[in-house]
Design a protein around this ligand. Structure first.
Ligand SMILES: [Mn+2]
Length: 350
């Protein structure tokens, strides 16, 4: 969807008249946030003569998922981004927030005591408290990714995807692809934007980013999950034991794979990270909402879930178990086995 002339003029005016440095903020490091951040940085640099002014990107969270590591390494993004921990009062000026629309986002507040008041917000998540004012530009819409909106914004301002912004096109395409589950959970606009971007980049560049290397530990965890799985009445529960926080993303990727097993309608995969039980859950049964199921079965957890456009449940969270001295001591086989029995009882209960 293209912007109206009024909106284009407003956006252009805000960027052109922004005096001083601009800070782009992302609340997490994932392909969509990275794509949207790089896209808006490029756009700002086209609209505003540099004159020694900087456009800095700040990120909250860590770079642990192998795909994110692959992107960050490939494009040398660490050189271009600063951790939110270093976000100071001097940076809290001309702030642009992308792929998030909450200024009270816990992920940001955990790393800086600066409360941001962005003058530009571009996002695709619902429920934002931010309202547009005369001096701000807020574009929040229910599409598959923030990178989709960024692509439309770049086009609305009269730019195409040519030789000078190949990396931008590549990162935006990857953002759309990832946030829409390989374009399976997407809107027409996501597909249109993706087509525009991918027709501007080489096939080889694109495939390289999709076939990112996975660490050995990923396969060890997959093996553990398969070995530990117990299936009852279409529900599959498994665990990968004690893992490091850098392997935390394996829980969701294993859950994504296992929910595709025929005959399985619900998957719960858990692991112990820093004495916390982290859970990832998937549900293919649309008559049984996953968030309610998890909250009823695991009341002592922070579990929640969202619904994909085709009715699948995607969720997870952390579980607080009062195991007393067991949890204070090193996480032993006994602890894993106790947690395992408890979770199985809760999930399999009819
Ligand atoms: Mn996103």
């Amino acid at each position: 969807m293209n912007l109206t002339e009024d909106r284009i003029t407003k956006f252009r005016g805000l960027i052109e008249n922004a005096t001083g440095n601009i800070s782009i903020v992302i609340a997490q490091v994932d392909p969509d946030a990275l794509g949207a951040a790089r896209g808006i940085a490029w756009l700002v640099n086209q609209l505003r003569p540099k004159n020694g002014l900087e456009v800095n990107t700040f990120y909250a969270g860590s770079i642990s998922h192998p795909q994110n590591q692959a992107i960050v390494n490939r494009f040398d993004l660490l050189k271009r981004m600063k951790p939110m921990k270093s976000f100071s009062v001097c940076d809290n000026h001309n702030v642009i927030l992308v792929d998030s629309s909450s200024v009270t986002d816990g992920r940001l507040l955990a790393q800086t005591d600066q409360r941001i008041d962005p003058f530009i917000v571009i996002d695709h998540h619902r429920g934002s408290e931010i309202k547009e004012r005369d001096e701000t530009f807020v574009w929040i819409e229910d599409v598959g990714s923030a990178s989709t909106i960024l692509t439309e914004l770049i086009q609305s301002l009269g730019f195409g995807f040519g030789d000078t912004n190949q990396t931008v096109a590549l990162l935006l395409a990857l953002g759309i692809h990832t946030d829409t589950g390989s374009l399976t959970d997407c809107f027409e606009r996501d597909r249109l934007a993706y087509n525009v971007l991918t027709s501007a980049v080489s096939n080889q560049d694109l495939t390289q980013l999709f076939r990112y290397p996975l660490p050995q530990s990923h396969f060890v965890n997959v093996e553990r999950a398969l070995r530990n799985k117990v299936v009852q009445g279409g529900k599959l529960v498994t665990h990968i034991g004690k893992i490091s926080s850098s392997d935390g993303d394996d829980l969701s990727s294993i859950a994504d794979d296992l929910i595709r097993m025929s005959g399985v309608t619900l998957v719960v995969v858990w692991g112990i990270i820093d004495k916390m039980v982290r859970i990832s859950a998937r549900n293919a049964d649309i008559t049984n909402p996953l968030d309610i199921f998890l909250r009823e079965r695991l009341p002592s957890s922070s579990c929640g879930a969202k619904l994909s456009s085709d009715g699948r449940g995607i969720g997870g969270g952390n579980l607080t178990l009062d195991l007393g001295v067991w949890m204070i001591e090193e996480t032993t086989e006994e602890v894993v086995s106790l947690v395992s029995k408890w979770i199985q009882t809760k999930i399999f209960e009819v």
